[in-house]
Design a protein around this ligand. Structure first.
Ligand SMILES: NC(=O)c1ccc[n+]([C@@H]2O[C@H](COP(=O)([O-])OP(=O)(O)OC[C@H]3O[C@@H](n4cnc5c(N)ncnc54)[C@H](O)[C@@H]3O)[C@@H](O)[C@H]2O)c1
Length: 243
């Protein structure tokens, strides 16, 4: 199936690792120009030819603007944003102090907002765009291993996505949210093998997911084919949570 993405310009935050890296590969495979943004960008020479690496902290006030400006400067436009940068938190209730709470919120929620705000401003004049945010199954089930700041930040991303959908939809820009279950990436490495195996065992598919399985859904949402999917929350969780 041709997703109609050839020649589109896609910016992915958190593009150095895990799901973000897989999204960048999937969108490149569909013919997109790639802006790979991360706090720790891939060293020069290690990115595929033609990709633009951008060093940006999405939690900073100008992080989102830096990513979008880099896309505009190199490619003249931005069509797709995948806001994937995120940090995890496993704190027990009494262990999460104010600084850690603020840090998780700043990256996961404020960072997603600022990147989307800058991206939508750049997409609006062209009357076409795709914004895909990353929530988590934890926003729905309260998190089995994730702590309160992570859960709250991801629940915030769900609400934020719906607010953005109201604002951006009239301009031809769709905004959707993907909620992964347990995916094998460096982020879930901190859970430990035993806990991950237990989660896999409780999943109807009896396994955890691969980053590519999230990226394929993101690519579909970014495509022409998903033009009427808007404000949606799409689970990619192997059935770990349903309904
Ligand atoms: N892996 C999972 O099981 C899972 C499940 C649900 C949701 N998610 C979400 O998917 C997204 C990607 O997760 P992942 O598993 O690929 O994680 P990961 O840790 O493998 O990758 C996250 C990337 O984000 C980057 N990053 C962190 N803070 C940043 C900042 N301030 N500015 C810019 N970049 C920053 C990191 O450098 C890293 O490259 C996250 O938002 C995460 O919360 C993951």
């Amino acid at each position: 199936m041709d997703l109609g993405l050839s020649g589109r310009v896609a910016a992915i935050t958190g593009a150095t690792s895990g799901i973000g890296a897989a999204c960048a590969r999937a969108l490149a495979q569909e013919g997109c120009e790639i802006v790979a943004a991360d706090l720790r960008p891939a060293p020069a020479g290690q990115l595929p030819e033609g990709w633009l690496a951008v060093e940006a902290d999405v939690a900073s006030a100008d992080g989102g603007r830096r990513v979008v400006d880099a896309a505009l400067e190199r490619f003249g436009r931005l069509d797709v944003l995948v806001a994937c940068a995120g940090i995890y938190e496993t704190g027990a209730l009494d262990d999460v102090d104010a600084d850690r709470w603020d840090q998780v919120m700043a990256v996961n929620l404020r960072g997603t907002f600022l990147c989307a705000q800058a991206a939508i401003a750049a997409m609006r004049p062209r009357g076409w765009g795709r914004v895909i945010t990353l929530a988590s199954i934890a926003a729905r089930n309260g998190g089995r291993l994730a702590g309160p700041a992570y859960v709250a930040s991801k629940a915030g991303v769900v609400g934020l996505t719906r607010s953005l959908a109201h604002a951006a939809g009239p301009h031809g820009i769709t905004v959707n949210c993907v909620a992964p279950g347990v995916i094998d990436t460096p982020m879930t490495g901190v859970m430990g093998d035993a806990a991950k195996a237990q989660l896999a065992g409780g999943t109807p598919l009896r396994r955890n997911g691969r980053p590519e399985e999230v990226a394929d859904v993101v690519a579909m949402l970014a495509s022409e084919r998903a033009g009427f999917v808007h404000g949606a929350l799409v689970d990619v969780n192997g059935g770990l949570a349903m309904g």
